[in-house]
Design a protein around this ligand. Sequence first.
Ligand SMILES: Cc1cc2nc3c(=O)[nH]c(=O)nc-3n(C[C@H](O)[C@H](O)[C@H](O)COP(=O)(O)O)c2cc1C
Length: 343
Amino acid sequence: MFGSLLIAAPMAGGTSTTALATAAASAGALGFLAAGYRSVQEVAEQIAATRAGLAGTSSFGVNVFVPGETGLDPAAAAALAAYRAVLEEEAQRCGASVGPIPQRLDDEWPEKIELLCQDPVPYVSFTFGLAPTGVVRRLQRAGSIVLASVTTTAEALAAQETGVDALVVQHPSAGGHSAAFLPAPGTSGQGFADAAELVRAVAASTTLPLVGAGGIGTPAQAKAALAAGARAVQLGTALVRTPESGARDLHKNALADPRYTETAVTRAFTGRPARALVNRFVREHSAHAPEAYPQVHFLTAGIRAAAAAAGDAGSLNLWAGTEWRHARADPARDVLAGFLKEL
Ligand SMILES: Cc1cc2nc3c(=O)[nH]c(=O)nc-3n(C[C@H](O)[C@H](O)[C@H](O)COP(=O)(O)O)c2cc1C
């Protein structure tokens, strides 16, 4: 199904690159591009560059954000306005501006689906929600294997209804945004110690092939997820420090900086829960950041850009899974080959 036991996770925001996808293939893993936040034109260019880099011999995938309901009820709008006022103070401090929030909040979804139907890639995965059955069918007819990201058994069953070929089962220890799309009491997947346990629970309710993700920092953790029933495992944070990752140096260095001692799930940067290293911004804003994605993402974009330019990691979204300490700065090919050797 995946041609490999190991997948280089899609990581939007610049971390996933053509170089990372091709390095993954050269190690015998499956690489992914991340379409999130990119224009459809950029995605088309990355697909073309990846095909050229792979010379047609290896496979790769493209991950797409599924847009959700972006309308805000009066309470959420008020919470967003209050957060905007807090962020104005942040922005003044670093000479940035807050916002603006664009008219269009769908991440160019229709154009991206059209591109992937017209110019298909071997694998398409979705996160933040479910692609409608019609979209899943179109992509499958075009020749793609379609994956949905889920965080609970309930989400797995809902995804199965849409006709997808496989599921990425993401444990809450994962770095970056949670893929959760159904309301769950507390953090999705809570109650399962790790990706292996969550995979075992989901495998009991569906026969779809599963990819285990979240908190896989060592080959032993990968093996546990495979033994629990996953057909492959997906590594995110473990690849962020590699030279092929397009993450900022500030982010890469923070992952190796002993002054960071924990990660937390926060809405402070984007309005959607995401796991990051705990820095000043996370400490100061997690308590009052509203649930308003992608509005908060756009409100904080200028602050994050100014922080990056000023070398201030304290105001950046330092996405990291709980196993971040295992992330190494070695070439991606070596990191992935090191895992594969032991699986
Ligand atoms: C920097 C970063 C960006 C990410 N961006 C995406 C994304 O665009 N789409 C997606 O489905 N998952 C995204 N994720 C989640 C990964 O695909 C994967 O599920 C997660 O990294 C696995 O957990 P780990 O970080 O503990 O390995 C991102 C993760 C990180 C660390």
